[in-house]
Design a protein around this ligand. Structure first.
Ligand code: GTP
Ligand code: MG
Length: 138
């Protein structure tokens, strides 16, 4: 059984889509084993997205991610990392497949409603960034 890190981004919490997105994740076979609502600071956003700091959209990304509440979650399931990436859909909602979260809910490549870890190492790192061990209840 595998764990991955997931975020419901500010564009989605603002539109009251926390439940709808979580339901889509659960329907895909993922289990929420940790969850909290955080309004991250600009510094927390910059730390979380440090890997992207040379990208042209870094400032815009960190500004957006600290612009409102986010739900940070740990998801558990068989092949949770890949399964979550599949149900999220392509980064740009214009390219996302039918039935994916980004196709259903995202409004642009920046405001794309969800984040999901892309590999086991980043999943472990991202979970550790937001959660202590006692907050994760499998
Ligand atoms: P994550 O699960 O969030 O990591 O998405 P991803 O792996 O599909 O995309 P990537 O890691 O390439 O980019 C991280 C995040 O940066 C994306 O989810 C977007 O929110 C944002 N992003 C990527 N490209 C652009 C862009 O061209 N413009 C803006 N404003 N944001 C972007
Ligand atoms: Mg990524």
């Amino acid at each position: 059984i595998e764990r991955t890190f997931s975020m419901i981004k500010p564009d989605a919490t603002k539109r009251n889509l926390t439940g709808a997105i979580t339901k889509t994740l659960e329907d895909a076979g993922l289990r929420v084993v940790a969850s909290k609502r955080v309004w991250m600071s600009r510094r927390q956003a910059e730390g979380f997205y440090a890997v992207h700091k040379e990208r042209p959209f870094f400032d815009e990304l960190c500004e957006f991610m600290s612009s409102g509440p986010t739900i940070v979650q740990v998801l558990e399931g068989e092949n949770a990392i890949l399964k979550n990436r599949e149900v999220m859909g392509a980064t740009n909602p214009a390219d996302a497949a039918e039935g994916t979260i980004r196709k259903m809910f995202a409004t642009s490549i920046g405001e794309n409603s969800v984040h999901g870890s892309d590999a086991p190492e980043t999943a472990a790192e991202e979970i550790r960034y937001w959660f202590s061990d006692v907050e994760i209840v499998g």
